[in-house]
Write a protein that binds this ligand. Structure first.
Ligand SMILES: Cc1cc2nc3c(=O)[nH]c(=O)nc-3n(C[C@H](O)[C@H](O)[C@H](O)COP(=O)(O)O)c2cc1C
Length: 224
C-alpha cells in the first residue's frame, strides 16, 4: 500500500510542478504594470500602460470648458484619437449620421472667429473639430435624432480631450440659424452637411477647475 502511494505521488509530481508554475506565472503577470490595448491606430492597437489612463469617472468629473491655450500645437495623431472617440458615440438606429472637419491651421481658425459670435477662443486654439450632421444619413422615422447623435459625439470628444491632457470648449452652432448658415458658407459645406458644434482645442494655459454641479434636489427617486 505504501509503495502504491509512493508510485502515485511520483506519477503526479510533474502535474503538481507544472500547476505551481502556471499559478506563479499568472501571479507574476497580474502583479506587473499590465499593458492594456486602449486606442486603435490605423487598424493597429496601440498599447498604453494602464497607470497612464485616468478612469472614466475621473475624466467625466474633471472635464471643464477650457478657453485659454498655450502656443503648443495639437498633433494630427491627437486629433485622430479625438475623432475616433467621437465616432464611438451611440446613434439612433446606428445611423452614424456624422461628418467632421478637423482644422489644425491657425490662420483658418482665426478666420473662423469672424463667423462665430462666441468663438473668440479659436484665436488662441491650435486645432478645432467641427461636428456636423449628415442629413443624407438620417433616420426617416426620426430625422431630428441627428442632433442628439452629434451631441453625443461632441461630448465623447470633450471627454477624450480631458483624458489625453488637452483642453477644449463646445462652441454651439446649430440650432442658431445665423451661426449655422455662416459656418456652412465659410466652410463651403454641401447642403446635406449641417454643423452642430465647433470644438476649440489646445493645450490648457493655466489650471482650470471643473464646476461642481451636483444638486440632489434635481432628482426624483422612484424606489421600491
Ligand atoms: C450646446 C452648447 C453650446 C455652447 N456654446 C458655447 C459657446 O458658443 N461659447 C462658449 O464659450 N462656450 C459654450 N459652451 C460651453 C458652456 O458655456 C459650458 O459648458 C458651461 O458654462 C459649463 O461649464 P463647463 O463646461 O466648464 O462645465 C456651450 C456648451 C453647450 C453644451
Amino acid at each position: 500500500m505504501k509503495k502504491m502511494n509512493f508510485m502515485l505521488i511520483n506519477n503526479l509530481k510533474p502535474l503538481f510542478i507544472s500547476g505551481f508554475m502556471i499559478i506563479g506565472l499568472v501571479f507574476f503577470v497580474s502583479c506587473n504594470d499590465v499593458e492594456t490595448e486602449k486606442v486603435q491606430d490605423e487598424g493597429e492597437l496601440v498599447s498604453v500602460a494602464e497607470s497612464d489612463i485616468p478612469d472614466a469617472l475621473t475624466v467625466i468629473h474633471n472635464r471643464k470648458s477650457v478657453r485659454q491655450y498655450t502656443d503648443e500645437q495639437v498633433s494630427k495623431e491627437q486629433l485622430e484619437i479625438l475623432l475616433k472617440a467621437g465616432m464611438a458615440a451611440p446613434t439612433a438606429g446606428n445611423r452614424q449620421p456624422w461628418y467632421f472637419i478637423a482644422i489644425d491651421d491657425k490662420n483658418k481658425l482665426q478666420y473662423l472667429t469672424e463667423y462665430l459670435q462666441y468663438g473668440q477662443m479659436l484665436n488662441e486654439a491650435s486645432a478645432a473639430i467641427v461636428v456636423c450632421g449628415d442629413l443624407s444619413k438620417v433616420n426617416i422615422d426620426g430625422p431630428e435624432y441627428w442632433v442628439q447623435d452629434c451631441s453625443a459625439v461632441t461630448q465623447n470628444i470633450l471627454l477624450a480631450v480631458e483624458a489625453i491632457g488637452l483642453g477644449a470648449v463646445w462652441i454651439g452652432v446649430y440650432p442658431s440659424m445665423q451661426r449655422t448658415e455662416d459656418l456652412i458658407k465659410v466652410l463651403e459645406l454641401p447642403e446635406n452637411i449641417i454643423p452642430l458644434s465647433v470644438i476649440s482645442i489646445g493645450y490648457p494655459d493655466g489650471e482650470q477647475q471643473p464646476k461642481d454641479k451636483w444638486d440632489a434636489d434635481k432628482i426624483m427617486w422612484i424606489s421600491k
